[in-house]
Design a protein around this ligand. Structure first.
Ligand SMILES: Cc1ncc(C[n+]2csc(CCOP(=O)(O)OP(=O)(O)O)c2C)c(N)n1
Length: 274
């Protein structure tokens, strides 16, 4: 396909494969293109919507979720996708990640997880494995890593999945399923970074990933599966709960206040004006 825009990604970046999957998913979904909107923060991954034919709002670092929340509150008819890298979503945006899931809105969260802050030249990110040596942590990354899937399950997210940029057919289906899911859906995507992560390469993942046959409905079992990392890494829908309801926007407005009395705080928490 002919591209109109040149990307800032390195040749071989996992984001190219993820972009292909998003394009295919958008083309195949029964949702008109003008009903889909993406939000993103800052980083190489956050440039994803720039390179797609999609409506988008590119905000500050870590702020893709407040933007998505605001858009969803104002326009519940739109399919809203918050996109970013692991640093932006789980680091700078970590607080928003926690509370966006608690709000139970119908938003899709997609993350290019390369286990590194790539745009700023490879610092350890929240998902960097402890002990990993990089240019900026020559003695090895000191912190424990954050497991976004286990965290999302713990917070009660009703759809929690992991994809792999090296399996485009599987990832495309995951993205479509997450967008169609009615409720907060997370897909953390294993995205090899050819420049700043020489450990978690395509080959490294290919030796370890295995596909889950079906989503788990039991949260505790899902949590145990989400915690698998290292020798065996599950991909697919880890947890799916179709009984969990997402909050209808009109319900929020009707129960809590008429729309003209609603204000949004800086973190997009809806509050009633007194
Ligand atoms: C508030 C704020 N802090 C830090 C930065 C610098 N910064 C820009 S991009 C980035 C890292 C992005 O990493 P990630 O979200 O993992 O995406 P990647 O580049 O790896 O795709 C950082 C730290 C910033 N722009 N704003």
């Amino acid at each position: 396909m002919e591209r109109k825009v040149e990307t800032a990604w390195c040749p071989g970046c996992g984001n190219f494969a993820i972009r292909d999957c998003l394009e295919k998913a958008f083309a195949e979904l029964p949702i008109p293109a003008n009903r889909i909107v993406m939000t993103s923060g800052i980083g190489q991954a956050a440039k994803m919507p720039h390179y797609l034919e999609v409506n988008y709002f590119n905000g500050l670092h870590g702020r893709s979720l407040p933007l998505a929340t605001g858009i969803k509150l104002a326009r519940p008819d739109l399919s809203v996708i918050a996109y970013s890298g692991d640093g932006c979503m789980y680091g700078e945006g970590g607080n928003h990640f926690l509370h966006a899931i608690r709000r139970r809105l119908d938003i899709t969260i997609l993350v290019s997880d390369n286990q590194v802050y790539a745009l700023t030249k490879g610092q350890s990110s929240p998902t960097t494995d402890p002990g990993v040596v990089n240019d900026l942590s020559p003695q090895g990354s000191l912190n424990a890593s954050l497991n976004p899937l286990a965290l999302a399950i713990t917070l009660g997210a009703p759809f929690v999945a992991r994809g792999f940029a090296g399996d485009k057919g599987h990832l495309t289906e995951l993205i479509k399923e997450a967008i169609l899911f009615k409720g907060t859906a997370l897909v953390d995507i294993l995205q090899p970074c050819v420049s700043f992560n020489k450990i978690n390469t395509y080959a490294w993942y290919r030796e370890r990933v295995f596909k889950l046959e079906a989503p788990l409905a039991d949260r505790h079992e899902a949590l145990r599966t989400a915690e698998l990392w290292g020798e065996r890494i599950p991909i697919g829908v880890i947890y799916r709960d179709d009984r969990a309801s997402c909050r209808e926007i009109k319900e929020i407005f009707r129960r809590e206040a008429p729309p003209d009395q609603i204000a949004c705080q800086a973190d997009m928490t809806c509050v009633m004006m007194r």
